[in-house]
Design a protein around this ligand. Structure first.
Ligand code: 5GP
Ligand code: MN
Length: 344
């Protein structure tokens, strides 16, 4: 799907009517939400707009090197400033989320804001009533790719430089698992090539994101794989769980469990992997799958979440053991209902 030129015109009209622009992204920011936010931020600044970024909470350490990260206001640490920015905004970009329920405590500020809203997102089932203008494309590998396409469709491909391009490249790399998920399209590689031509140093992006582990993190991941991985061969499923005490004993910081669920999915014969993590008094759950196994359905129907077919998230209020029990209880029926996908 390309970018609709009528929508580009509507976006230009909205931008021209706006003195104060605000960029937002979902709770627990990831590479794509930070990358798309910063790519759009630097682009709009070059275009002469007054623009701020507000996120519900701070991103994991492995994203802090991106230029402009220290200019992002997160609600957890800057409540007054964020409240003021929301109240003064004329236009709000909602990046990498499809409903106001994905922005945690920022939801109230969003609902109270008088600004027009523009969604740029690639998650399934977007809330059609949330934004005034929607660039929602579930075939897109990342919101960062959509931001690049919007910039190009606006006639500004030539102003993309390393400042704008590096965060977009980082967002594409993280959301495609380094160009390997099925969401990676030929145009994803073409856009990556354009970003390299614009001066993005791709190896630096990879080094910052993947080759910067703390020793604590490597030990946490090793502990989880050795002691906390459970394989359910009859269901081609695997799960890993980490409680608050375990995380604390390895001094875990936000991004330390990133990718753990993919390691479980990487095991031969496993079609579906789940990771349970105690976080802020609730259990956060990550689902990943191979082929056509629709983990988004399980996240949506049973764990108050959603996401993409092969990568989804949800939550459970209660003990981590009870969350695992619930998963193990509903698994046989889920496998049965999606037999063809599991047999693939
Ligand atoms: P992760 O497992 O990395 O937290 O999330 C995987 C995917 O599922 C991401 O694309 C994320 O946006 C989505 N996701 C994670 N948590 C939730 C949630 O609570 N609700 C919904 N609708 N999507 C989620
Ligand atoms: Mn994304």
């Amino acid at each position: 799907m390309g970018i609709d030129s009528n929508k580009i015109q509507s976006l230009k009209d909205l931008l021209n009517q706006s003195a104060n622009i605000l960029i937002t992204a979902h709770k627990s920011p990831d590479g794509d939400s930070v990358g798309s936010s910063l790519g759009l931020y630097h682009y709009l600044k070059v275009k002469g707009y007054n623009v701020n970024i507000c996120h519900p909470d701070v991103a994991p350490d492995f994203l802090h090197w991106l230029i402009g990260h220290d200019e992002i206001y997160n609600l957890d640490d800057h409540k007054e400033k964020v409240t003021e920015i929301f109240a003064n905004a004329d236009l709000i970009f909602c990046l990498d989320y499809n409903s106001s329920s994905r922005i945690g405590q920022m939801e109230k500020l969003m609902n109270d804001a008088t600004a027009k809203k523009v969604m740029v997102d690639h998650h399934r089932d977007p809330d059609e009533n949330f934004c005034d203008l929607m660039f929602s494309d579930i075939t897109s590998c990342s919101t960062s790719q959509l931001i690049y396409e919007i910039i190009a469709a606006s006639g500004d491909e030539n102003i993309v430089d390393p400042l704008i391009g590096t965060p977009l490249y980082a967002g594409i790399v993280t959301d495609t698992g380094s160009f390997r998920f099925s969401s990676t399209l030929p145009k994803t590689h073409l856009i990556a090539a354009r970003l390299m031509e614009a001066g993005v140093r791709h190896w630096e992006v990879h080094e910052h994101i993947f080759d910067n582990n703390s020793l604590d993190r490597i030990r946490l991941v090793s502990y989880a794989m050795l002691n906390k991985l459970v394989i359910l061969p009859e269901y081609k499923a695997a799960h890993i769980s980490l409680g608050a005490k375990e995380l604390e004993s390895f001094n875990a910081t936000k991004g330390d469990t990133e990718g753990l669920v993919n390691q479980a999915l990487g095991i031969e014969g496993v079609k579906m992997a789940v990771f349970f993590k105690e976080d802020d008094g609730i259990v956060k759950i990550s689902f990943r799958s191979k082929g056509a196994v629709p983990v988004s359905e399980m996240a949506k129907n049973h764990f108050n979440g959603g996401g993409h077919l092969n990568a989804s998230g949800g939550k459970f209020v209660g003990k981590i053991e009870d969350a695992i029990d619930k998963f193990v209880t509903i698994l046989p029926r889920f496998v049965d209902e999606n037999k063809a996908c599991f047999d693939d």
